[in-house]
Design a protein around this ligand. Sequence first.
Ligand code: BTN
Length: 336
Amino acid sequence: MTQDDPNVTILRALLEGEGSFVSGSRIARELGISRVGVWSRLEKLREGGFTVEAVRNRGYRLVEEPESFSPELVTARTELAGADIPIHFFPEIDSTNSEGERQLAAGRAVPFVVASCRQTAGRGRMGRRWHSPDEGNLYLSFVFRPQLAPSAMQAFTVWSGASICECLATNLDLPVRVKWPNDLLVDGRKVGGILTEARIDADRTRDLILGLGLNLNCRCARWPPEIRKIATSLRDAAGRTLSLNRVAAQLVTSVNRAYHEFVEDRYRDRFESLWHRYDALSGKLIEYTEKQTLRIGIANGIDPGGGLRVLRSDGSTAILVSGEVSLGSGTYATSH
Ligand code: BTN
């Protein structure tokens, strides 16, 4: 779905109207088609779940948008928010990261987004499966060609994770936090995760795929109790159904912006402070593995390379660059 799709142009005009009427002749002019052509395109949008009011001599007004994913609407919104990135939507796919790889192999120009509402073989970190039912959740992969040194990947993933967390926390007004390196949590329970995969050429990152899975609208009441203890959805946290299309557009805009800030080296000033604001681990006792030994320490923010700083009991600091950490049983104050 690209910005020059006629439906995207119509939706952009209606969104710009912010609930007021937009004249049919204005839309017809922008599209270079007749007013009857506009009318028949609007009929198609209505069939797709949009409610558009039409009043003679006033024009058209967007009254309601579909609950299901609309690539046209997400594209129109992201464009209005200043992001220029095509979205390829699949109602069902094995894995959006795998589809990103296939599209790259087929020569698709970067950057682009692969979006889906259901994955049959969703992948998580550490070779785990990412359960991806069709319950109003989001599965997104962002495909970039950053020309960065492979050593910058960790910082990019952590920067993107913090930016996604900020996007969700501010737009949904929910206490979303990020657990190093890339788990998204609400009240200590997982609502989303990020899987970054890259193809490295000699000393350059050629292609980079950042996959985001988000439990947006699924209902957790049906989950087994042991899963409910460790995971939740944003819907359950908010106590209301969230707009799939609005959240998708906000995320696409935010990740696209985070990517440009990173590759243009405009992220450093805010990197550690942004992380600190949303850090789920700061000051907490954690368990981590070092030289194949399980250790404990106190999480103390990130370093400029995106590694996790851990205060050891002897007062020294370890920097973790890969792997996972889990919470220990206590909380201690640290200086940051
Ligand atoms: C994690 O283990 O926490 C990371 C999960 C990442 C899942 C997302 S869903 C969209 C993209 N496609 C995949 O197959 N995986 C990622």
